[in-house]
Design a protein around this ligand. Structure first.
Ligand SMILES: *Cc1c(COP(=O)(O)O)cnc(C)c1O
Length: 389
């Protein structure tokens, strides 16, 4: 569905995405495969267009969180390998196989179910074994006293009928955090992972074709963890300190425009609750951008948005569909003037810090009524609106 309205929109620059991808590949080397994480609608950027761009650019794998997200890719013509990181109920094994989708196996009970179901169908399900080396979320435990049960459990699954254990992976908890303690923790996780792989391979006499663990923090800081494939998300989209260090640029620019301008005398309370009062005569721009578009209400009265004449302070409570900015000394800023909410001029990292969160949450929050405008070779190639019409 195409959007007809220039209200608030997200420009998704596929040229920047491709350039970020190429720079990352240059860094990791041609012998290391590349998995692009496109879960959560590619962190809010639009999973179909992002995946098509990565597929064309030569990426090896994609990862999503659920079978619904995987099916969205398959039903839109994306044929490259896709890994589901989260849980899929055993009733869906037939669909996984039919659509050639790879499933993470996170514990013995699921290995048994998947194997039984695939064997019943007389088919083979491609899986990647998930190891919990210290994230304490999904995966076979292998820390301390659990090492042997971890090795045995995974070796057992590798040999089960109906399963093709193509890969094995783990996830780092603090690879993106500074400090010696986090470095030691990450290195410990990596050692546990490789030790376990060694033991499983010895036991089964089989080699995993794809061993992977490097998320954004590890791609940026721990080249020794690349193994057979890297698995970044955030870095690909160009956010965070590591992206800046590597010369990667933000793929999304979120924009809005001024719908109305009002001039209020000193002492006027603006918006719900009246938390902001004008101190002098104030020229206020009303923006069609509120928390239902993905703005964080917690940012009310605390942040700035970028006009052509520089940053304008956001004033008063952020509403569901609107917010206000102070444009008092900005004569050139008029009704219809474009405002950058975040992008190359107004870094998302600053907004995230003020809101007490991370850039991931801000791009994921851009809601479905905000059309995604895709840019390729410098030209607008599509305006995708995610509403039901
Ligand atoms: C989300 C996710 C990633 C990507 O993380 P980034 O920090 O965005 O690089 C990698 N692996 C797993 C298992 C994930 O859930």
């Amino acid at each position: 569905m195409e959007s007809t309205l220039k209200r608030t929109w997200a420009e998704i620059d596929l040229d920047i995405l491709e350039s970020n991808y190429r720079k990352l590949r240059e860094k990791t080397g041609q012998d290391v495969k590349f998995l692009g994480v496109v879960k959560a609608d590619a962190y809010g950027h639009g999973a179909i267009m992002v995946s098509k761009t990565l597929e064309k650019a030569g990426a090896d794998y994609l990862a999503v969180s659920s079978i619904d997200e995987a099916m969205e890719l398959r039903l839109n013509g994306i044929t490259m390998p896709v890994l589901i990181l989260g849980h899929t109920p055993m009733e869906q094994v037939e669909r996984l196989i039919e659509y050639n989708i790879t499933q993470a196996v996170t514990c013995k009970a699921k290995a048994v179910e998947y194997s039984a179901e695939a064997a019943r169908l007389g088919k083979t399900l491609k899986v990647h074994m998930k190891v919990d080396t210290g994230m304490s979320r999904l995966g076979y435990l292998c820390e301390g006293e659990y090492f042997d049960t971890g090795v045995n459990g995974i070796a057992e699954a590798v040999n089960m009928p109906g399963l093709d254990a193509e890969g094995i992976f783990t996830h780092f908890a603090v690879s993106d955090e500074p400090g010696e303690e986090c470095e030691a923790y990450t290195k410990h996780q990596f050692k546990l992972f490789t030790d376990l792989i060694g033991q499983v391979e010895k036991k089964t006499g089989r080699k995993f074709r794809i061993r992977h663990c490097a998320n954004t923090g590890a791609v940026a800081r721990y080249p020794e963890t690349y193994l057979d494939m890297v698995r970044p998300g955030l870095l690909l989209y160009g956010y965070g300190e590591f992206a800046a260090e590597l010369g990667l640029k933000p793929v999304m620019t979120l924009k809005t425009n001024i719908s109305t301008i009002k001039t209020y005398p000193a002492g006027t309370a603006v918006s719900y609750g009246g938390i902001f009062k004008t101190e002098h005569k104030t020229r206020v721009g009303v923006l069609p951008y509120g928390y239902a578009d993905g703005f964080f209400r917690a940012l009310s009265n605390k942040c700035s948005l970028m006009t052509a004449a520089g940053p304008a302070r956001q004033i008063g409570k952020i509403c569901m569909d609107m917010c206000m900015i102070d444009i008092s000394d900005m004569r050139g800023v008029t009704v219809g003037s474009e405002i950058e909410i975040f992008g190359q001029k107004n870094p998302i990292e600053t907004l995230a810090e003020i809101a007490g969160t991370i850039p991931y949450e801000l791009t994921c929050a851009v809601s479905k009524r905000v059309p995604r405008d895709y840019i390729k070779n410098g030209e607008l190639i599509g305006k995708e609106l995610m509403l039901r019409m």
